[in-house]
Ligand binder design. Structure first.
Ligand code: NAD
Length: 297
């Protein structure tokens, strides 16, 4: 069998904090991109990178591959049913790189299959900095042949891992973020305790990052966004809560133990009520500082 090649053109819908840098990697790889975002001005900075079009359907028309990088399953379904599916040709691949809900992804896959379209989920981890650098981890769910066809294209954006059937990528992404959200809370509580005891957070991080307490929060989030007080990771607290609610829903649906997951969702939910959904997720540390360590209510 011939090695899969890059498609000549792709449609890309959703050019926000992640979609913008991702589309730059795709275009730099030599793939023509037709881009659409509902927000006015989203394509202004992308002249020479994408051909801006005025609807998702126009981005999809005639393209063998269409990528979605949208907030959640609600928006994905709205866009697919709002003209995109009608514009896709038989045999097209529809790639949802958003962090969507795995059970809704499976249902959507069945619906689009009736029109000859294969849905593949390919959510990412690595944040805006990983999107810029092309070092995202991409968790692909879908048929093996579709995953193989997409690998050259997805490799322009990061490290591709085929993790199972459709929906598997979205499940794994939500579970990854549950771990990440719990790590950020746990490490922040510990660091705030140390601070009150008189330890310097930078000294603590240096020691912990060579010790068993380390995590993405101690290695990346604290040193890069919390200590410098920039709180600009580019991932909002509202999107984090969406993801961990998906993970908790999966835990409940499967009957797996989820006491820490439930508490994590509760604390993040309260933080978002006070910080607002648009706050950077690293601002949870500010919230913890203000709230002290919140009790059960
Ligand atoms: P974002 O809000 O910055 O971007 C989403 C874009 O979708 C916006 O530009 C918005 O205008 C557009 N959009 C909304 N409705 C639309 C519609 N009906 N038609 C066309 N465009 C529409 O969000 P983001 O941070 O880029 O995240 C996108 C997805 O990636 C989310 O599912 C998020 O959970 C996930 N994710 C984000 C990060 C991160 O660090 N930001 C990391 C990994 C995964």
């Amino acid at each position: 069998m011939a090695e899969p090649e890059l498609p000549g053109v792709v449609g890309f819908v959703g050019l926000g904090r992640m979609g913008d840098p991702m589309v730059r990697r795709v275009a730099a790889g030599g793939v023509a991109v037709r881009g659409y975002d509902a927000a006015a001005g989203a394509t202004d900075g992308l002249a020479g990178v994408v051909t801006a079009v005025d609807s998702a359907a126009a981005a999809a028309a005639g393209a063998p591959v269409v990528i979605l990088m949208l907030p959640d399953s609600d928006v994905v379904e709205k866009v697919v049913d709002g003209g995109l599916l009608d514009a896709l040709g038989d045999g097209a691949l529809l790639v949802d790189m958003s962090s969507s809900e795995p059970l809704r992804t499976r249902a959507l896959a069945r619906r689009v299959a009736e029109r000859g379209v294969t849905l593949v989920d390919a959510p990412v981890s690595g944040g805006v900095s990983g999107a810029r650098a092309g070092t995202l981890t991409i968790m692909v769910g879908g048929p093996a042949d579709a995953a193989a066809t997409l690998t050259p294209l997805l490799s322009l954006m990061g490290r591709v891992r085929h993790v199972g059937d459709v929906g598997a990528g979205h499940a794994l992404k939500a579970l990854n973020n549950l771990m990440s959200a719990a790590h950020l809370l746990a490490s922040s509580e510990a660091i705030l305790v140390g601070e009150r005891f008189g330890l310097d957070p930078a000294v603590m991080l240096d020691a912990v990052n060579g010790s068993s307490g380390r995590s993405g929060s101690t290695e990346n989030k604290w040193p890069n966004y919390v200590l410098p007080e920039t709180y600009d990771s580019g991932f909002t607290a509202g999107l984090m809560v969406k993801d961990i609610r998906i993970a908790l829903g999966l835990a409940e649906a499967t009957g797996a133990p989820s006491q820490l997951a439930a508490r994590t969702v509760e604390l993040w939910g309260r933080a978002v009520e006070q910080l607002g959904p648009g706050a950077d997720h690293t601002e949870i540390v500010r919230w913890l500082r203000r709230a002290g360590v919140p009790g059960p209510d």
